[in-house]
Design a protein around this ligand. Structure first.
Ligand code: THU
Length: 131
């Protein structure tokens, strides 16, 4: 299967596992490492709403916690007509851990769009300012 489609398909499958009793808004994400491995995530909500974690961050934390440091691209899937992009907090984390990667948004009707991370988060704050 084409790598982009495989990433979207992985994000779609992860979306099915979303734990969303409060919003009922399921999101799936899949991040691909430079070595070709795919790590997936879904959003997991908390009764203390602010502790909810988005799908993108779950996928990235899973990869980082398994020792991955180099990423190629990320895909985000939600069931919306207008494609759902990553929230502001996730943009920050994608930038910090994945850099200027292509970010693919997709819905369940196979509508897709790919945008570079730099376009989603111009003039990002990151570690270089802390030196
Ligand atoms: N959500 C994500 O998982 N990713 C995003 O980029 C946007 C928002 C989740 C968080 C929450 O569980 C639900 O969508 C509604 O905001």
């Amino acid at each position: 299967m084409d790598k982009d489609l495989e990433l979207i398909e992985s994000a779609k499958q992860a979306r099915e596992r979303a734990s969303v009793p409060y919003s009922n808004f399921k999101v799936g994400a899949a991040v691909q490492t430079k070595s070709g491995k795919i790590f997936t995530g879904c959003n997991v909500e908390s009764a203390s709403y602010g502790l909810t974690v988005c799908a993108e961050r779950v996928a990235i934390w899973k990869a980082v916690s398994e020792g991955e440091t180099e990423f190629e691209q990320i895909a985000v899937v939600a069931d919306t007509e207008e494609l759902t992009p990553p929230c502001g907090a996730c943009r920050q984390i994608i930038w910090e851990f994945c850099g200027d990667v292509p970010v693919t948004f997709a819905n369940l009707k196979d509508k897709t769009e790919t945008v570079q991370m730099k376009e989603l988060l111009p003039r990002a704050f990151d570690t270089k300012f802390l030196k």
